[in-house]
Every structure is written in structure tokens, then in C-alpha cells.
Design a protein around this ligand. Structure first.
Ligand code: GLC
Length: 727
């Protein structure tokens, strides 16, 4: 039976069977009246015994956008995608699935519609690959919620989608600062010296990560006291210097007698079970591990409490990794592999078996059969095979962590990164884009994914700047850091055994350039934070494709430029040895600011059109839209180091412009009680000069420290006018 619900004006739900409650949606659909229907809107459907296939003919001009964390172009047409969260460290173009599963997309053509398939099982989406004109979606379940969103406007469709799945989570303001990571900084001394280097080289930084080696034998919620003596004191000293420390927490719990987390999880039956009732065992970093059954709320509560000691020591930033969940191999898998090798050993001429051995080694990890071999105990007493809800494991782990952190931290906000995710996880966690490589090709992947993930609600996200795997060159780290300015999560991370890529890891000229890039990011924090909060209040993505904002068919294929908030368009450089790039400037005039450093204003005005714009290695291309304003501050060593008493408004005004500057304490949830400021800034051109003024909407309980606003206003000829006003 298919039930049809009209959720809101533009959202229709078609319910097939009795779907698993994923938690993606915040609206209680069960309370709403339904109609029984035979056919559904938009798709032809084919309901099988254990799957449903949805087909739609695509017209030549139809584009498909969305699908969150995925490869392929921004317009997803012409490739197959698979929602089955996968730990895959080699993001080559043919890959169909990465760490997150985000089955929301927009079909844009004669008709514009949004589609969200809420199902935690495997979903295959063939967006015109096998048959150019066919969109074919195969869901490996017959219990599905299919939501259709209707509006002419893509931005409105995303808005409706967010009204269904909830708004993105709000990290602390310092999460918009620069973050440094490496697998691994091996001990306390190294982390302290990394911190000291940032400060002595005058490079701002807010967060330093601890990768797996801080733990004792990779046992989660432990600290190796030999490497990190007096952990609390270490955290306190780093905090004094303005650094938040963010430890990694993986889901796998090492099987070891006497290890408290394991003993407790085992005795309470909190681990995923095999059919015979024994704990499922997989190999990850610690060796043999058990996997917490995060689908169960009691297990989540337990997991959330395990953060208590770390939070007490002053930590409020964590990253949850390996939560697809990653399985290097299982004991059974290994046994089968050995028997294959034994058979080959007996052969006289095993030449071609090289390939079967290679495939068998690769096939050991993250095997579908392994995911089909263990089970979850749900709150209502039902038992469900992991494979059926595979895509929710990371979602539930991050939920356990965030619920725990909310309890432990009270009114203080937290930063949480999760590697795996499902739609809806954006309400309580951010995600990073996993193990990319130090390849130029992965900068453009990063640019596209920022846009696609924003469409799915993940506004605060980013990739490993500089690339995780392989060795990075100085030029690559510089260009990637320039993109990092416009990436809400700005974290440089690299893998074990690769070349170091901290800002000072190359030569002094590179250090100087990266220092200026990071300082520019800090200068932009008033704008970025204001835009981030407003994007949430207005349910409008922080990062948007230019074709979503400007209505011009020529923009349809532009995927390497994006709007970053309302005033800025980013056009990052993502090819080596390039003295610039082609840029398409839509609709209005643009102020091109080649930022060498925050104080240096190399600007010129462009009319709409396509141009090759020269851009040296030490310049970040930043475009300010006509009649708009960007608010900046003087960079600091870390967010909140000093009170901000002065704002600088860089504006490009040919007529009039206004900007609503939002701010709050950046640390707590008090903004929900009205403790924030909206400072409305206005600029008007009159008689060859400009008038500037502002009006305040400051709540009685929230006092902002801004006393002065300095204006630098550029006119259509690039002439500058400066003004100052005081509050
Ligand atoms: C995974 C993570 C990576 C981390 C590594 C070691 O590959 O994606 O970020 O550094 O594990 O913990």
C-alpha cells in the first residue's frame, strides 16, 4: 500500500510499507491524514519483493544537483551513485559511494522538483549513465518514505527540504578559525611545539587535533600517559594559549580483558551481535574490536557519558572517525583469504592468480557480507540486520556523541566532526570529506562537494586542506588554503608517512604566503560568522552555485565558482602553474579583489562577462558583488583573543547597499534567548559621495563591543571613499 501525505504546501510524502524511522525528518508525519494511492508523482515505479525501482525520463536540458558527499560533476547527470556509506580512501572519479549517504537531489529542467528518499538501506541512483535519458533509482527495501518538493526555485526547494529535516547545527565561533591536524602528532611535546610555532610565526590558529596515537593501544577513551603525561594540565596549558584540542574517537572498542569500556559494553550487551548471539568482531586500528550498537538509545546514552572525563579536562571539540563503520577485515574473511592462498600455492603455474590475490586482499575490507552478518537490537525489542540500516551507523554514533556533549557541556557549544553521516546529521554534527589526496584534481572535487553538501544541509563542512594522502607541494597547499578561506571548516590534515604540510613545512616564502592567507580568513570572520548564522535563520545555504543565485542559462555549467554568503563570490585556482583562471561574472558588476594580505587592496571593477583574470600565487581571487558589503576585522592569533571594537566594511556600491551584521557571544546557546545583535549597515551614493549610517537591533542583555565602523567604499570606477562612524 502507498500512502500519500501532504506535509506542507510544497512537500508530498509517498510512504511505501512501514519504513524504518531514520530520524532524518523533524516533522511528525504520522499525525497527518493520508490518502491511499496507486501511482506516485514524477516517477514510474516498480515494486519488487525486496526492492523498489523508480524511473523518470529525463529531457535533454534536465540537470541533477545534490547528493551531498559524492564524486562526479556538480550537475550529477551521467554517472551512477550509490548510497551505501563506504570507507574508501581513494576517491578516484569512477567511485560511486563515499562516507556519507545523502539521497536528496533536485531535478532542474522544464519542471524543478526536489526528491528525498528516506531509506537507510542501499540506494543506487543511475542519473543517466546506462541510459542517457533515464533517471533510475533502485532502493533495496520496500519500506520507503519518498518526499517530493515542488517549487520553481532551487533555493526554495532547499528551504523546504530544511523545513523538513531541520536546520544545521551551530558550532562555536572559534570553529571558523584555522585548524591543524596530522596523523599523528605523536606526543605532548610535539603538539606544544606545533602550538608555539603558530604563535611565534604569527600565524593564527584555533584548533589542533589529536589523531589515534594519543590513545593507549588505540583504545577509545584512553590516553597514553607516556606520550601525553598529565593530560589535564596539557589541555589547560593549550587552552591558555588559545588552542582547543580535538581528540579523535573511533567506534571500534578493543577486545581486551580489564579494559573498562570493553568490559562494560560486553557485560551490558551493548555491542552488535552475530546471528548466534555472540559479539560481532572486526579488525580496525586496535586489532580485534567490537562495534557499539548505536541504533539503540541506551547504548547511545552510555557512549555519550564516556566523554565525561575528556570534557572535564576542558575539551569541547571531537572528531568521530571510521563510523561507516570501517572494517579492515573479519576473522572469517581472513580465513577464506588464507584458504584461497593455500589453493593457489598448490598450483603449478599461478600467474593469473596474481589478480585473484589482489582482488581478495582488497575485498577483505568493508565487505557487504560482513555488514550482512551482524545485527542491531532496537529500542522496541526488534532485531534488525545491520545491512538494512547501514547508512545510519555514523549518524547514530554522532548523535550519541552530540547528545552526550550537550549534557556535559550544558550551555557551551561544541565542535564535532563525523566522517560518516546521513541526511539529518547536519542538525547535530559537521562532517569533513574524508581521506582525499594531495592531488590538484581533489581541489575541484572539494569545490563541488562544498556546494552539493550545502544543498543537503551540511553548511559547516570542508576537506583536508593540502590533501590527506600523498605528498603535497608548496603550491598545492597554497592554492588549497586559498580555497580554505571560503570553506567553513578550514582544517589542514595529512596522513602518516606523507610530507608534512603545516604552514611552515616548506620554505619561508611559502610560510609568508600561507600566513597572509590564514590572516585574511581571520579578517573575514565577522562576515563568515554573520553569514553562517543568517544562512541558518533564513534556511538558505551559505555556499551556493552561481546558477542558483543568478538566472542566466550560461551559468548552468559553472561549478568552479560559488557564492559564499550574500556578498562574495569565490573563484579558487585549482590547477598548477597557472597565472590565473577564467571567471564568469554574472548579471551585475563585480569588484575583483586580489587579496595578497588583509591590508592590501588590489581591486578593479568588472562588468558582467567572461574573463581570464591573472592571479599570482600569493593572491586570492575574491569577488565582491555590486551594491554589497563585506565586514572584516583586524586578524587575531585566535578567535576571541581580543575584543572586537572596530569593524571594517569593504563595499562596492554603485547605488546603495545594506548589510545586516549578526553577532552573538559565539560560545553559548544564549542567542536562542534573544542575546544577539543585528547591526544594519547602510551605504547610499549621493552627489558623487556616499552617506553611511547604521541602526542597531541589540537586545538589552547582549552588549556588542563594536564602537567604530570604518568604511572603504569602491565606486564603479574603482575609486575609493573612506568614512568612519561610531556607535
Ligand atoms: C582515517 C581518517 C583520517 C585519520 C586516519 C587515522 O583514515 O579518515 O582522517 O587521520 O583514519 O586515524
Amino acid at each position: 500500500m502507498i500512502k500519500k501525505y501532504e506535509i506542507f504546501k510544497n512537500i508530498t510524502l509517498f510512504r511505501f510499507g512501514d519504513p524504518f524511522k531514520t530520524g532524518a525528518v523533524v516533522v511528525d508525519v504520522d499525525q497527518i491524514n493520508f490518502k491511499e494511492v496507486k501511482d506516485i508523482y514524477l516517477f514510474d515505479k516498480n515494486v519488487g519483493l525486496d526492492k523498489v525501482v523508480f524511473n523518470k525520463t529525463l529531457s535533454a536540458g534536465d540537470s541533477i544537483y545534490g547528493l551531498g558527499e559524492n564524486l562526479g560533476s556538480l550537475n550529477k547527470r551521467g554517472k551512477i551513485y550509490r548510497c551505501y556509506s563506504s570507507d574508501d580512501f581513494l576517491h578516484t572519479p569512477e567511485k560511486e559511494a563515499l562516507y556519507g549517504s545523502h539521497p536528496f537531489f533536485i531535478i532542474d529542467g522544464d519542471e524543478t522538483v526536489g526528491v528525498f528518499i528516506d531509506s537507510p538501506s542501499e540506494i543506487k541512483i543511475d542519473a543517466g549513465f546506462k541510459d542517457t535519458n533515464l533517471l533510475s533509482i533502485e532502493v533495496s527495501s520496500t519500506d520507503i518514505d519518498l518526499y517530493i518538493f515542488r517549487s520553481k526555485n532551487k533555493i526554495d526547494i532547499i528551504g523546504s527540504f530544511l523545513s523538513l529535516v531541520g536546520t544545521p547545527y551551530i558550532p562555536p565561533k572559534w570553529a571558523f578559525g584555522y585548524q591543524q591536524c596530522r596523523w599523528s602528532y605523536p606526543n605532548r611535546e610535539t603538539v606544544e611545539s606545533i602550538g608555539n610555532q603558530f604563535r611565534s610565526l604569527d600565524i593564527p590558529c584555533d584548533v589542533i587535533y589529536l589523531d589515534i596515537d594519543y590513545m593507549k593501544d588505540y583504545k577509545v577513551f584512553t590516553v597514553d600517559e607516556n606520550k601525553f603525561p598529565d593530560f589535564e594540565d596539557f589541555i589547560a596549558k593549550m587552552l591558555e594559549k588559545g588552542f582547543k584540542i580535538a581528540p579523535i574517537i573511533d567506534p571500534g572498542v578493543k577486545i581486551e580483558d580489564g579494559y573498562e569500556v570493553y568490559e562494560e559494553g560486553k557485560s551490558k550487551g551493548y555491542f552488535c551481535k552475530k546471528e548466534n548471539g555472540s559479539d560481532f568482531v572486526g579488525m580496525v586500528w586496535p586489532g580485534a574490536t567490537c562495534y557499539p550498537d548505536f541504533a539503540n538509545s541506551k547504548v547511545r546514552e552510555w557512549w555519550g557519558e564516556l566523554y565525561t572525563e575528556m570534557v572535564k579536562s576542558g575539551i569541547c571539540a571531537f572528531w568521530n572517525d571510521m563510523n561507516e563503520p570501517a572494517i579492515f577485515f573479519t576473522p572469517d574473511g581472513l580465513k577464506n583469504f588464507y584458504s584461497l592462498v593455500d589453493k593457489i600455492k598448490e598450483k603449478k603455474d599461478p600467474g593469473f592468480d596474481f589478480f585473484s590475490i589482489k582482488d581478495a586482499v582488497n575485498g577483505l575490507s568493508n565487505k557487504r557480507e560482513d555488514y550482512q552478518s551482524f545485527f542491531h537490537n532496537l529500542d522496541d525489542g526488534k532485531v534488525i540486520c545491520h545491512d538494512k540500516i547501514h547508512n545510519l551507523y555514523g549518524f547514530f554514533m554522532a548523535l550519541a556523541t552530540s547528545d552526550g556533549l550537550k549534557k556535559l557541556l550544558g550551555n557551551k557549544r561544541y565542535l564535532l566532526l563525523s566522517r560518516s553521516s546521513y541526511i539529518g546529521a547536519h542538525r547535530f554534527t559537521s562532517i569533513w570529506m574524508g581521506d582525499n589526496q594531495s592531488w590538484w584534481e581533489h581541489i575541484i572535487v572539494n569545490i563541488r562537494m562544498l556546494q552539493s553538501l550545502n544543498m543537503c544541509g551540511f553548511f559547516y563542512t570542508g576537506a583536508d586542506i593540502g590533501g590527506f594522502g600523498c605528498n603535497s607541494s608548496a603550491e598545492l597547499v597554497i592554492r588549497w588554503s586559498q580555497l580554505g578561506i571560503f570553506s567553513p571548516l578550514f582544517r589542514n590534515h595529512s596522513a602518516l608517512g606523507t610530507r608534512n604540510q603545516e604552514p611552515w613545512a616548506f620554505d619561508s616564502a611559502t610560510t609568508d604566503i600561507i600566513r597572509d592567507i590564514i590572516k585574511f580568513r581571520y579578517a573575514l570572520i565577522p562576515y563568515i560568522y554573520s553569514e553562517y548564522l543568517k544562512s541558518i535563520i533564513n534556511s538558505r545555504c551559505l555556499i551556493l552555485p552561481v546558477s542558483f543565485v543568478f538566472d542566466d542559462p550560461i551559468l548552468k555549467n559553472i561549478e568552479d565558482q560559488f557564492m559564499f554568503g550574500e556578498s562574495i563570490m569565490a573563484a579558487p585556482i585549482y590547477t598548477p602553474n597557472s597565472g590565473g583562471r577564467y571567471v564568469t561574472l554574472p548579471d551585475v558588476k563585480w569588484l575583483c579583489w586580489k587579496v595578497k594580505n588583509f591590508d592590501d587592496r588590489d581591486v578593479s571593477v568588472y562588468n558582467p562577462g567572461s574573463y581570464f583574470i591573472n592571479c599570482e600565487l600569493d593572491e586570492t581571487l575574491t569577488f565582491v558583488k555590486e551594491n554589497s558589503i563585506v565586514v572584516l576585522m583586524r586578524p587575531q592569533n585566535y578567535v576571541g583573543e581580543k575584543k572586537i571594537t572596530e569593524l571594517l566594511a569593504v563595499a562596492f556600491v554603485t547605488d546603495r547597499a545594506s548589510y545586516m551584521y549578526y553577532d552573538d557571544d559565539g560560545e553559548t546557546y544564549d542567542f536562542q534567548k534573544g542575546k544577539f545583535i543585528n547591526l544594519n549597515i547602510f551605504i547610499e551614493k549621493s552627489d558623487g559621495d556616499y552617506e553611511v549610517y547604521f541602526n542597531d537591533e541589540e537586545s538589552a542583555e547582549y552588549k556588542n563591543d563594536i564602537r567604530t565602523i570604518k568604511f572603504e567604499i569602491y565606486d564603479e570606477n574603482g575609486r575609493v571613499f573612506t568614512k568612519i562612524i561610531s556607535r
